[in-house]
Write a new protein. Structure first.
Length: 297
């Protein structure tokens, strides 16, 4: 800036120096385009730059159904309140009306979710399955010399076992024992049909509740289509012996391969509750197939 002692002839030069400094300091304020805003480039005095407006045009955030928080300025936080509706493992969220919901606590073991319009406000509930319903307890592949279905609870009335496409060695005779009993504590009466003829057979004091195939006949390796079903009645009672029906259709080796079917009534002379079922092979291993175990109410 000119000083009081500067000569008039010095003024042009003084103002040039002053103007150049001002131009250098404020050159960043020049330019820009419509809608841009001025922003600090660094902490240096008078260091600015023009940038596109990144603040948006939102003037407020309002929380809707299921959302809490919001605001009209500064940092706005919103939260999904469903996260706090769930209060324990196993809770599920169910609608209680138009735009409203609540958590339904988990039921007890083996209960199922059931529609019930009389239950307010959920209209659903956890309930023990009604009589006659089936629940799958176990499934898997038949392999190895034994397949053990253990930890069978007493929550059902009957047990229902299904074997699909089971296979074993040609000379093997697979069978089923209960719990850990492999003694001669089982009885059976069977009727078999093969080659258009039928044969009846009664076995007492045998070491298994049921054969899976047909007694006295071997089943060729790689047989497919073999099937087996067995129902054990009132398996959890601790008063009487356990009784079962069993049967199936198998591919047999008797001169030439032929189909055979059989059905039998079986008994386990023991009053203990059934908590384990073991599928066994006599001399080899299972070569495939799938088992399914169901509990029947």
């Amino acid at each position: 800036m000119p000083t009081a002692t500067d000569l008039v002839t010095d003024l042009p030069a003084d103002f040039e120096v002053f103007g150049q400094a001002v131009d250098t300091d404020f050159v960043d304020l020049l330019g820009g385009t419509t809608g841009q805003v001025l922003s600090k480039t660094s902490a240096t005095d008078l260091d600015f730059t023009w940038i596109n407006n990144d603040t948006g045009d939102i003037t407020g955030v309002t929380a809707g159904t299921g959302i809490s928080g919001g605001g009209t300025s500064g940092t706005v936080t919103i939260t999904n309140d469903m996260a706090t509706t769930i209060t324990a493992a196993g809770d599920i969220v169910v609608g209680t009306g138009s735009g409203t919901y609540d958590n339904l606590p988990i039921g007890t073991t083996e209960q199922v979710l059931t529609a019930d319009t009389t239950v307010s406000p959920y209209k659903v509930k956890w309930a023990t399955p009604s009589s006659g319903s089936m629940t799958q307890l176990a499934t898997g592949t038949l392999s190895g010399a034994t397949v053990t279905l253990s930890s069978i609870s007493g929550a059902y009335k009957n047990l229902y076992l299904v074997l699909e496409n089971w296979q074993c060695a040609a000379t093997d005779q697979p069978y089923i024992t209960l719990n850990t009993d492999t003694g001669s504590n089982y009885d059976a009466v069977t009727l078999a049909v093969f080659n258009n003829s039928s044969v009846g057979r009664a076995d007492s004091a045998q070491g298994y509740i049921s054969r899976i195939g047909m007694a006295g006949y071997s089943h060729p390796t790689g047989s497919n289509g073999n099937s087996f079903v067995m129902t054990i009645f009132d398996y959890a009672n601790t008063i009487s012996y356990k009784y079962a029906n069993a049967g199936g259709a198998v591919l047999l080796t008797s001169g030439t391969n032929t189909q055979g079917t059989w059905f039998g009534a079986c008994a386990w002379r023991n009053t203990a509750a059934v908590n384990q079922m073991v599928l066994r092979t006599a001399t080899g291993s299972f070569g495939g197939g799938t088992y399914y175990l169901f509990g029947v109410k």
